[in-house]
Design a protein around this ligand. Structure first.
Ligand code: IVH
Length: 773
């Protein structure tokens, strides 16, 4: 994060004071975390913890017994009965990138005496292993055997290798110390099991004689809180284990007659994303605050006194570690123990994999990092464990975590930073959007300095205020968002933010229409809107005018060369040629491109005009329905509403736009500049030979069902012959064609305006000859 929580910006503080400050801040957040109400993301906590660890290792005199570095977590809440963990629930060391993962791998190798061999070392190792194997030297060469039955083999190898176990060594040796052999030697290192690192809450669950007797949170690692009542409601956690010793075990049952008398497993309580979304929807319905993320929601749910509340939250569970077993089989590997736990009915995640070397581990973690958002639950990294239990025992643990495992953490997707200010940006159509100016923070793989706050209501709902420390989230490729404030960090005397009354660009009053969430600058001449209209107008999907980027538009508008869209057709090219960055060639290109745009068909023009609700698709439909801009200028709101897929909202929007005198003036200007105001010929006409333009200049309205034409087919037939086919009858209508169930209002309008009403046979005739009966 850009500025550590609680640090005084710009002040130099000495190490002792900083350590005390970090200890206090971390203890504060640790307590919040364990009460299910964390305020800052884990990544921020970890970073502060790392800073403190570094300080304390430089200055050991600063280590205080109460320092968070001396404890795994916060002491448990006494509200829930304390449960002592045996063995303790340890934490994991983190690897924040592949480099740190490699460093951990090297440490494992060094500790096991399996340092990465060079060619010379490999030769030595191989020869020595054959001549006089010791445990240390034998280790790297027993690859295949280790995969099968690692522990006994390694131990036996150290003392007295048998022919079987020594075989790989002999083979390698017989082939000679070539480079391939060296690769084989490198692969002979301990295999790893790799699992998802679930982003939830660790719990320990105890079974006695196959029955779940207790479940507890991690607490400080040694003592947690009894949450049996809550955990019993989690469907994934079996209340009774499956009997692994049925009367007639299957012949291929790897674990016959080994019912554990006592079993203690560790795993993670999580909330599926879909369940989390449902939970938040319900919170909203009840007018209650949304949970910021599934983990917080899971924590809050687990620590409910009333188990009925927990039950309705729909928690889930993944079991990832066997902590203790009495009366179970002997395992040589972690993966084997997981398979056994699965056979007892415990939920073991399907993405656990056993991988032979670091290269495969790296490929695997990279792959899962890509797929981070493909699952219905959150995982914030992968846990890599030395699979062989004998090797785990040799590696041991340190004060905080095992040496045989590491958590490879993905880059954080949530961080805190300072909200410097809330500004308002004006979009091309005048929409005023509040956005956060942030102290830059690295989150979700990018540096974020701004984030949208959407609209006035969103700012109020989140109650974020300038000066707040806020949580910023960027998950996947989505745009960054401000999740909410860290209330404990709020500066004194801060006030809720209020929407500025005026447009930051043109200073006119902003407006928010009744019932709408958006605030608007409604000044048609606001420079931002002018630029916005021009930018949109020249766009590739609109009039497709090249050589006019945002920067040039900005320059032309600022220098008074361009007042609005219509000005594009009256540019002073001589002046432009004198401008820096322009030459004759680029001016000529620009001129050609502008000239060519005049031939764009009506659908593109309609899209280019930035009419609210009229995107590319609606523009095409509108152009096809009316054929000519004049028909749209005259069309009633009802007629517009009848256009396929339109309805009253779009119709009202189009009508309002065309009724605005500024827009009518704009159309007039564009027409005078020589722009084409007609629809393109329909596809069937352009594909084959052009049809005789029998209906040129005519406007034919169709109502009801015809036998020989679909609704759209009739319209296409009219357009293909040069006519237009609006949705309603006006004084300018040439004829109204009526089929079965024709609209009564159209008939009435036709009669009152003296428009001829014809049937399908007459329509056929009209199409062919252009003549009415
Ligand atoms: S093994 C002694 N495996 O990560 C090893 N932990 O930062 C104990 N976690 O407290 C942990 N997924 O809450 C392990 N597949 C997994 C895990 C996992 C998530 C959590 C667990 C632990 C924390 C350590």
């Amino acid at each position: 994060m850009a500025e550590p929580v609680g640090a005084d910006a710009g002040t130099t503080i000495d190490s002792a004071a900083r350590a005390r400050q970090l200890q206090a801040v971390l203890n504060h957040h640790s307590a919040l975390y364990y009460s299910g109400k964390p305020e800052i993301p884990d990544a921020d906590f970890d970073e502060l913890l790392r800073e403190l660890q570094a300080l304390e290792s430089q200055h050991p005199e600063l280590v205080h017994p109460d320092s968070p570095t001396q404890r795994v977590g916060a002491p448990p809440d006494t509200a829930f009965a304390p449960v002592r963990h045996e063995p303790p629930m340890m934490s994991l060391h983190n690897a924040l990138d592949l480099g740190e993962l490699r460093a951990w791998n090297e440490r494992v190798h060094r500790a096991l005496g399996a340092s990465k061999p060079t060619v010379q070392q490999a030769e030595l190792t191989l020869e020595d292993a054959v001549a006089e194997p010791t445990g240390e030297q034998a280790l790297p060469v027993l690859e295949d055997v280790a995969a099968e039955q690692a522990l006994p083999v390694l131990e036996d190898a150290a003392t007295e290798p048998t022919g079987e176990q020594a075989l790989p060594t002999l083979e390698a040796s017989a082939a000679g110390p070539t480079l391939e052999n060296v690769a084989a030697v490198e692969q002979a290192v301990p295999a790893y099991s790799v699992e998802l690192k679930f982003d939830g809450l660790a719990i320990s669950v105890r079974y006695e004689d196959g029955v779940m007797v207790r479940a507890a949170t991690r607490g400080d690692g040694r003592t947690g809180e009894d949450v049996t009542h809550s955990v019993r409601t989690i469907v994934d956690v079996p209340v009774r284990l499956k009997d692994p010793a049925p009367d007639d075990p299957a012949p291929d049952d790897p674990f016959p007659d080994r019912a554990p008398a006592v079993l203690e497993v560790r795993g993670e309580v999580i909330l599926y994303l879909s369940t989390f979304e449902r939970l938040n929807a319900r919170q909203a319905e009840r007018g209650e605050k949304a949970y910021v993320n599934p983990r917080n929601a899971a924590a809050g749910s687990l620590r409910q006194k009333d188990a009925r509340v927990t039950a309705e939250r729909g928690l889930s569970f993944w079991c990832y570690q066997l902590a203790y077993a009495e009366g179970g089989p002997d395992f040589s590997s972690h993966m084997e123990s997981l398979k056994w736990l699965e056979s007892l009915g415990l939920p073991v995640n399907q993405y656990s994999a056993r991988l032979d070397d670091l290269a495969s581990v790296e490929a695997h973690v990279t792959d899962f990092e890509r797929r981070r958002h493909d699952l219905d639950y959150e995982f914030d990294g992968l846990v890599v464990k030395v699979d062989d239990l004998g090797l785990q025992a040799r590696l041991g643990v340190d004060a905080k975590a095992p040496r045989w495992a590491v958590a490879y953490k993905f880059p954080p997707e949530e961080r805190t930073t300072r909200l410097l200010d809330i500004d308002v940006s004006i979009g091309p159509s005048g929409q005023a959007t509040p956005f956060a100016r942030l102290e830059p923070v690295f989150v979700g793989g990018v540096t974020v300095a701004t984030a949208t706050l959407h609209n006035e209501d969103q700012v109020a709902a989140k109650d974020v205020r300038p000066g707040d420390t806020v949580i910023v989230r960027r998950a996947g490729e989505v745009i960054p968002e401000v999740v909410g404030p860290v209330l404990s960090e709020r500066p004194e005397g801060s006030e809720p933010w209020s929407f500025p009354p005026n447009c930051p660009i043109c200073k006119e009053k902003l407006q928010r229409a009744e019932g709408m969430s958006a605030t608007q600058c409604v000044n048609y001449r606001c420079p931002r809107q002018i630029r916005g209209r021009i930018e949109h107008f020249v766009g590739r999907a609109a009039m497709d005018i090249e050589f006019l980027g945002e920067r040039n538009i900005d320059r032309f508008v600022t220098e008074g060369l361009l007042g609005d869209v219509v000005g594009l057709y009256d540019l002073d090219f001589e002046r432009i040629e004198q401008m820096e960055g322009f030459g004759q060639i680029s001016v000529n290109n620009l001129r050609k491109s502008i000239e060519a745009s005049k031939q764009q068909p009506l659908s593109r023009l309609l899209f280019a005009l930035s009419i609210p609700e009229i995107g590319q698709v609606n523009a095409r439909v509108l152009a096809a329905a009316f054929g000519h801009i004049d028909a749209i200028l005259d069309a009633s709101e009802e007629a517009l509403a009848e256009v396929e897929g339109f309805g009253p909202i779009i119709a009202a929007s189009v009508r309002a736009w065309f009724d605005n005198p500024d827009n009518r003036e704009l159309i007039k200007g564009l027409r005078e500049s020589g722009l084409r105001m007609e629809a393109e010929a329909p596809a069937d006409a352009t594909a084959g030979e052009a049809l005789p333009q029998t209906l040129a200049g005519m406007s034919v309205v169709v109502s009801g069902t015809l036998e020989g034409f679909s609704r759209d087919g009739a319209r296409q037939a009219i357009l293909a012959r040069g006519g237009s086919s609006p949705g309603s009858v006006s004084g300018r209508t040439t004829a109204l064609v009526v089929g079965a169930d024709a609209g009564a209002s159209k008939l009435r309008k036709a009669e009152s305006s003296g428009v001829p009403v014809i049937d399908e046979t007459d329509f056929q005739m009209l199409l062919e000859t252009g003549e009415l009966p």
